[in-house]
Design a protein around this ligand. Structure first.
Ligand SMILES: [Zn+2]
Length: 271
C-alpha cells in the first residue's frame, strides 16, 4: 500500500507535469472506485488552469481555478504521466488530459482509490476535515506526542500507525522510525518520556524525508509505485530484514507480530 513517501513522490512527479497547464478533459473509463466517481465532475473541469498540487495525509489535492480534485491512490493505485494517445492498460480508470498533450492516467487494479471534486476549501471536505496532524508539519511535535501517549496502554508502534493520531505512518516507516529512535516497538506508549517523544518525532521525520528523497530518484515519466518502497528498500534499517545483521551493531534483526502486523527491530539497539 502506498505510504506517505510514495504519495509525496507522486505529488512531486505530477506537479512537474501539471504546472503551467490547464485541464482539457477528465475522461473516466470506470466509475467504480471506492466511491463511484460523480458524473458531474468532468463537465466542470474543462479549461481550468492547474494552480498547484498539494497533499493532505495520503490525499493528493489538484488545485484548479474554481475547485480542487481530491485523489486517493487506495491500496494499489498509481498515476502515470504519458502522451494522451498511449494505449490503455487493464485497470486504467481515468485520464486527466492536460493542455500539453499529456495525460495523468490513474490505474488501480483493486479500485480502493477515489476521486472527488470540491469548490469549497478542501480542508473542509468530509474526507479531510477530521484528519490527524501531518508528521512533517508543525502540529506533530514532542508536546503533541507526549500528550496523546499519556493514557494509552497500546505499544508505541501501534500508536504511530493509528491514523487518527498521526497521518501517513504505516508499517514500514513505523518500524524504521523506532529503530532510528532506538525504541523497542513493544514499549508502552505511556512510558515514553518527553525526551523519547522528541526522538520519535525526529526519527519519524528523518525516515519519511529519506524515503521521499529516494522515491524522487525513481521518478521520471513513470510516476507512482506499486506500494513497494522502491530504491529506499536498499536503505531500510529493519523492515523485512529479519535474520540479517543490524546496520549499526551487527546483531540479527528480529521480527515479531503486533496486532497481526509484522514489526522488525534490533534487540541490541532498541529498548
Ligand atoms: Zn543494532
Amino acid at each position: 500500500m502506498p505510504e506517505l513517501p510514495e504519495v509525496e513522490s507522486t505529488r512531486r512527479g505530477i506537479e512537474r507535469a501539471l504546472s503551467g497547464q490547464s485541464v482539457r478533459e477528465l475522461r473516466v473509463y470506470d466509475h467504480r472506485l471506492r466511491w463511484p466517481v460523480d458524473e458531474r465532475i468532468a463537465p466542470q473541469l474543462a479549461g481550468q488552469a492547474v494552480l498547484g498540487v498539494g497533499r493532505r495525509a495520503k490525499y493528493l489535492l489538484l488545485r484548479l481555478e474554481r475547485g480542487t480534485l481530491i485523489l486517493h491512490l487506495g491500496m494499489s493505485g498509481n498515476l502515470r504521466v504519458l502522451p494522451a494517445a498511449t494505449p490503455r492498460l487493464k485497470h486504467d480508470q481515468f485520464d486527466l488530459l492536460i493542455s500539453s498533450g499529456l495525460a495523468v492516467r490513474f490505474n488501480d487494479p483493486r479500485r480502493f482509490g477515489s476521486l472527488h471534486y470540491t469548490t469549497e476549501q478542501p480542508e473542509q471536505h468530509h474526507l479531510l476535515r477530521a484528519l490527524a496532524p501531518e508528521p512533517l508539519e508543525a502540529g506533530f511535535d514532542a508536546d503533541y506526542l507526549h500528550r496523546i501517549t499519556r493514557r494509552r496502554r497500546v505499544a508505541v508502534k501501534q500508536l504511530l500507525m493509528n491514523s487518527r493520531l498521526v497521518t501517513g505512518v504505516g508499517n514500514i516507516y513505523a518500524s524504521e522510525s523506532l529503530f532510528r529512535a532506538r525504541i523497542h516497538p513493544r514499549r508502552a506508549a505511556r512510558r515514553l518520556s518527553h525526551r523519547d517523544c522528541a526522538s520519535v518525532v525526529r526519527a519519524v521525520r528523518a525516515a519519511l524525508r529519506a524515503a521521499i528523497r529516494a522515491g524522487g530518484t525513481t521518478l521520471r515519466d513513470y510516476v507512482g509505485t506499486d506500494g513497494s518502497p522502491g530504491y529506499f528498500r536498499q536503505k531500510l534499517y529493519v523492515y523485512e530484514r529479519d535474520g540479517q545483521p543490524c546496520r549499526v551493531c551487527g546483531t540479527l534483526i528480529r521480527r515479531i507480530a503486533q496486532t497481526q502486523r509484522s514489526s522488525y527491530f534490533c534487540p541490541h539497539c532498541q529498548h
